[in-house]
Design a protein around this ligand. Structure first.
Ligand SMILES: Cc1cc2nc3c(=O)[nH]c(=O)nc-3n(C[C@H](O)[C@H](O)[C@H](O)COP(=O)(O)O)c2cc1C
Length: 196
């Protein structure tokens, strides 16, 4: 199963990076397989430091902001217990990991992880259609170079009623931000190629 969440990593100078990522999870987080694209800051950081933190979250504003490069203010963090990294203060669960190996033979790398420490801050809030819609919209906004732009715009329209009907202010704000981001992006050469 793929669980969407947030990975924090640091570069060799210790600078924090926050990115939404969806590792393949086996069992109750017994094993994780992370697949960061090259080039991404997460890939570069993990290749250099071989450690990071995966967070299970239930709020979507940070995911939406990080996906669109709008995370201008770093959220509150505290030092990880067992690795050189940082844990988000606002999360449900976190998993400090080390990278076992790196297969960088394709653009989407493969990194099996070992969990070296884990913790729980608060219970998962509960399923909410608007939050799931924001999550989908955030993923789509990071795939504009792979998908036809019109497909992404159509999917955003499909997702919007769930946000309107079931979301709170946070979800509505995040969705509007993502929608504006998608609508402001030009058609890329790659997506033009795919539609032709
Ligand atoms: C919910 C969600 C899950 C994502 N999962 C992945 C993933 O597994 N691998 C990946 O390379 N990018 C994934 N992305 C896209 C990255 O978050 C995006 O490319 C981001 O810009 C990478 O940030 P970075 O360069 O700071 O690492 C995901 C995005 C979202 C919204």
């Amino acid at each position: 199963m793929i669980v969407e969440g947030i990975v924090t990593s640091v570069d060799t100078a210790g600078h924090l990076n926050i990115a939404p990522m969806g590792p393949v999870v086996t069992g109750d987080f017994a094993r994780l397989l992370l697949r960061p694209f090259q080039p991404s800051t997460t890939f570069t950081n993990l290749a250099a430091t071989r450690c990071g933190v995966f967070h299970v979250v239930d709020r979507v504003d940070m995911i939406a902001k990080a996906a669109t490069g709008k995370l201008t203010q770093m959220p509150p963090v505290e030092p990880a217990a067992m690795i050189d990294g940082f844990v988000l203060k606002d999360c449900c669960r976190w998993f400090e990991f080390t990278v076992d190996s790196i297969d960088a033979s394709s653009a989407r790398s493969r990194m099996p992880l070992s969990i070296v420490h884990q913790g729980e801050r608060r219970p998962f809030f509960g399923f909410n259609r608007a939050r799931h819609a924001v999550l989908e919209a955030a993923i789509l906004s990071t795939r504009l170079h792979l998908l036809p732009r019109q497909h992404v715009v159509d999917m955003i329209s499909f997702l919007e009623p769930a946000v309107e009907k079931t979301g709170g202010m946070e979800e509505k704000f995040a969705f509007t931000m993502l929608k504006d981001f998608v609508l402001s992006q030009p058609e890329t050469m790659s997506s033009l190629h795919k539609t032709s």
